[in-house]
Design a protein around this ligand. Sequence first.
Ligand code: ATP
Length: 513
Amino acid sequence: MANQDDQFKKVVSHAKEYGFVFQSSEIYDGLSAVYDYAQNGVELKKNIREYWWKAMVQMHENIVGLDAAIFMHPTTWKASGHVDAFNDPLIDNKDSKKRYRADVLIEDYVAKLDDKIEKEVEKAAKRFGDTFDKEQFLATNERVLGYKTKGEAILKRMGKSLGEENLADVKALIEELEIVCPLSGSKNWTEVKQFNLMFGTKIGASADASMDLYLRPETAQGIFVNFSNVQKSGRMKIPFGIAQTGKAFRNEIVARQFIFRMREFEQMEMQFFVRPGTQKEWYEEWKQARLKWHLSLGLGKENYRFHDHDKLAHYADAAADIEFKFPFGFKELEGIHSRTDFDLSSHEKFSGKKLQYFDPELNEHYVPYVVETSVGLDRMFLAVFSNSLQEEELENGTTRTVLRLPAVLAPTKAAILPLVKKDGLPEIASKIMDDLKWDFSVDYDEKDAVGRRYRRQDAVGTPFCITVDHETLENDTVTIRYRDTMAQNRVKISELRDIIKEEVDVKKWLMKM
Ligand code: ATP
């Protein structure tokens, strides 16, 4: 655990020190769970957004984009169920006065059982050596099966109690499991209460004429209310999707873990409209498609897993998370939900407008079913950033900090470095930069010894350093240094564009899907 904490602290401090993420309003001591993206962070975030957009919109003839406003008519949130049901169950510890999400306390308890299973597997793997069969061990070992059954039973009971609004039983479960406050170690809990997560605000100049609004807690509803507009104006045929990226706001009870859980964050969502009855197939299809997208970035297959939900949201008939191994363990990165016709039907009811589709093949009108894929851009950022941050022992006994970002996402693709600040080398370096910046985001750096400049670029994840030296004056060649291997090759200036493109081309990365 200490190790995980250390690694996470490194992630947070590296993000600040190298201009990726700052606490919001830091000069006023910050605003809790709100963050700003700095010069490098904004580029990484933009590249992740683009990587998603290309995969979802550009590569699918039947998916189009949308950019709906953050403010929406307040009835939207009545219809969507958010006014009545967008709650988290909270519980306070009377001794530490700390507030927790009751469901998260229970889920953390189950996660500890999962850790125990992993430890059993590690022990057994050591004991049996090459003959170890993990699948068989997981399926037959009594201790493992005991932990598994216990975990499943706990989650099932929690799902049922929350579904039935039986908050007393949620508290009873916390007591039965003897869950203690992580801070005070005490079991002195209050009752469990529901807390609505939406932020309210007002529109209009005068107090009487003003209207209560909410900041949207998800981008999805902007898509649903525009369903007919997009379908008709784009002459879309089912199945088709509408994709959108944008800010969402939630008054999270426990906002910890850096940009993992923020009060203002960005989502990348796609709502896929399908014929009723086909939603299960599309749900499975999108689960696999989304996992492939994640895997294409090469952060390691072992760092992802599906978690199928027992506790279904009020709108869903199936739901799964793609979980990622963050520095603090496996947690939700993306949600895939089969939302049925809940949203469109409900908006029909509340607005009195038809939100239906005429299916020419069936010759009938219906309210489409919806499969949603929803990934947090900030969580994606944290996944990529934390996984890429590595400290490496070098052969000469020193260490280097390197941010092994997938090259396609790196904020800066290449840094151009004149070896010395004289003899015409800076001029050539500037010329190379002026030429490459049409195609890539590049950086120029002439300060300090070249070794230190390499280290600086390693720390912000720049895949290539291009060094201009005296030989360049003679034969138009430069050295190109690769971030990951630190190998250096001598190449012609005229070859640089192709070499860089080969590594950072979105097509090459997405083709791995
Ligand atoms: P959690 O269980 O972690 O609160 P959720 O199930 O409420 O998340 P969804 O409503 O499914 O999340 O939202 C879709 C995605 O939006 C999540 O998978 C996550 O990546 C992102 N997300 C949700 N809440 C936050 C938040 N407070 N800060 C950052 N990202 C978030």
